[in-house]
Design a protein around this ligand. Structure first.
Ligand code: FES
Length: 110
């Protein structure tokens, strides 16, 4: 059964920020866009490597709700994980996020 896992305090990810967590062996990026939290797996479905930072470890900026892979430019919507532009063809997984008692919780399912 899926369960909610606490990853950090909500104040640790202020508006415009993001953090990446190892959740049960899965890299999950949590974004705060205008006070709303969104979580996607931090994996580009084109090559299976990180989506949220470039080869030098610099964070990839969000453009609205979109993030562009730093390698070949595939774009994903961080609200849904939906792929918006090739060369990636598959959506990235998106996960439910909630704030409970000031703490961010994720439900990564199975
Ligand atoms: S590795 Fe992400 S678009 Fe190619």
């Amino acid at each position: 059964m899926a369960e909610w896992l606490t990853v950090c305090a909500a104040e640790d990810i202020p508006t415009g920020a993001r953090e990446v967590f190892d959740v049960d062996g899965r890299w999950v990026a949590v974004f705060n866009v205008d006070g709303q939290y969104y979580a996607i797996e931090d994996v580009c479905t084109h090559d299976g490597n990180a989506l949220t930072e470039d080869a030098q470890g610099r964070p990839v900026p969000l453009e609205g709700y979109e993030i562009a892979c730093p390698r070949h430019g595939a774009r994903f919507d961080v609200r849904t994980g939906k792929v918006l532009r090739a060369p990636a063809l598959r959506d990235v997984r998106a996960f439910p996020v909630r704030v409970q008692d000031g703490m961010i919780q994720l439900n990564v399912g199975t």
